[in-house]
Design a protein around this ligand. Structure first.
Ligand SMILES: [Fe+2]
Length: 244
């Protein structure tokens, strides 16, 4: 499938469109806040591509009977969250799952994560007062899910897209702002047809999360901040003419 992109580009560098000078002073609050927060080992991916030799958690959760004994499958099914399932599976199988999540606002339904009423503030949110004030100044009509992605050092995040099934790639158009408080986080968009990598530029970016994307290994833990929502019409108009 061809790259979907956003406004005919693999990604848009939002730095020229947002006032991010203030945001830079918040990075320490983010790092301290994450250190105080509940860290979730959840998964938000389609699983890995066929040619990938590493096993990804989503593949196991989709077809556990292919990887585990009947008894282990029964145990897995008795666990009540993806967090618990991720821990359990990671002990049983050589799963490549080098990332975790810290939610500030969490969605009730994955496909409605852009809508305010479908997301709730988490207990973590008290650790990010200034960051939340900043987020409220962003050009969103609605703010939905807010979360940090934390990547482990020396490990890549496998190329994936943010939906559980191939069909999901055709029926969603996410609007979100993705910050890289640590530019060591080497996010890229992957064009599967051209076998081409587009390293995402800028501290703030917008890209289509249903395009293949991944993160190259870094020498330390890295973090990114993603805010899902509904853009204002005015901001959408600016994006149409913005060239990266
Ligand atoms: Fe992703």
């Amino acid at each position: 499938m061809a790259l979907r992109g956003v406004f005919n580009q693999p990604f848009i560098n939002l730095d020229p469109l947002l006032n991010i000078s203030h945001y830079e002073s918040l990075i320490n609050e983010m790092l301290v806040g994450i250190s105080k927060s509940w860290v979730d080992k959840g998964v938000v991916s389609c699983g890995s591509r066929d040619e990938e030799d590493k096993l990804e958690l989503c593949q196991v959760l989709r077809r556990p009977q292919d990887y585990l004994t009947a008894e282990q499958v029964a145990t897995l099914m008795s666990l009540t969250s993806i967090h618990q399932k991720a821990w359990y599976c990671s002990f049983l199988l050589p799963i490549h799952h080098p990332y975790s999540l810290v939610f500030i606002r969490r969605e009730k339904d994955f496909w409605k994560k852009h809508l305010s009423q479908e997301c709730d503030w988490t207990e973590n949110s008290i650790h990010f007062p200034k960051t939340c004030d900043f987020i409220k100044t962003l050009p969103f009509e609605q703010i939905g899910r807010i979360l940090f992605f934390i990547s482990e050092p020396h490990e890549k995040t496998l190329i994936h897209y943010d939906g559980a099934h191939p069909e999901s790639r055709f029926n969603s158009n996410t609007e979100m702002i993705y910050f890289r408080p640590m530019l060591q986080k080497k996010l890229f968009i992957w064009d599967e047809e051209k076998k081409q990598k587009y390293p995402v530029q800028g501290q703030a970016s917008y890209w289509n999360d249903l395009d293949w994307h991944g993160v190259d290994a870094s020498d330390r833990k890295t973090v990114s901040l993603r805010i899902d929502g509904v853009f204002t019409e005015e901001f959408r108009e600016k994006l149409k003419i913005q060239k990266t």
